[in-house]
Write a protein that binds this ligand. Structure first.
Ligand code: RB5
Length: 173
């Protein structure tokens, strides 16, 4: 229990140091074959916003397993290598289910601009999941722009997300 608390604290410190050093937000993005085309579009949006990103694949529409992209992207966010992640599969569901298995990840599957805003303000979501087969490119672009630009409100919402972190710590023992 103490070990996992310390590891989490060290990871938070590393993230703070990195943010202070380069003062740049960095994104990791990943998709399976169902999300590949939308990923390529969202990469242009991220570039247009002047945000640095790392593309963890996939690189074509050839069939792959969403877990092989969800977990690496989520782990990069959880260990502080990047600030946030974007994951895209056919529906966004496989990506969100997988990413949320990683401690410290609050992945939100979003279909509209209102929830894109609210999941940043209230949940401090650190991974955005999109459906390449369920959400049109222009709506997805609007969602990504809002989600990337919105801040966490803190306050009572901080207390709630702290309860999630606390649960993760206790569960790990
Ligand atoms: C792949 O066919 C599809 O199952 C996947 O992209 C995703 O939608 C799963 O949740």
């Amino acid at each position: 229990m103490l070990k996992s608390v310390l590891v989490n604290d060290i990871m938070s410190c590393e993230k703070m140091v990195r943010e202070t050093e380069d003062n740049e937000v960095k994104i990791a993005i990943g998709a399976d074959h169902g999300g590949y085309e939308l990923k390529e579009h969202i990469k242009k949006v991220i570039e247009d916003m002047g945000i640095e990103y790392e593309d963890l694949g996939t690189d074509s529409v050839e069939s792959v397993d969403y877990t092989d992209y969800a977990i690496p992207v989520a782990e990069k966010v959880a260990n502080g290598e990047v600030d946030r992640g974007i994951l895209i599969c056919g529906t966004g569901i496989g990506m969100s289910v997988s990413a949320n298995k990683v401690d410290g990840i609050r992945a939100a599957l979003v279909h509209d601009s209102y929830t894109a805003k609210l999941t940043r303000q209230h949940n401090d979501s650190n991974v955005l999941c999109l459906g390449g087969r369920t959400t049109g490119f222009l709506i997805a672009e609007e969602i990504a722009r809002i989600w990337l630009g919105e801040e966490f409100e803190g306050g009572r919402h901080e207390r709630r997300i702290n309860k999630i972190s606390q649960y993760e710590k206790v569960r790990k023992g």
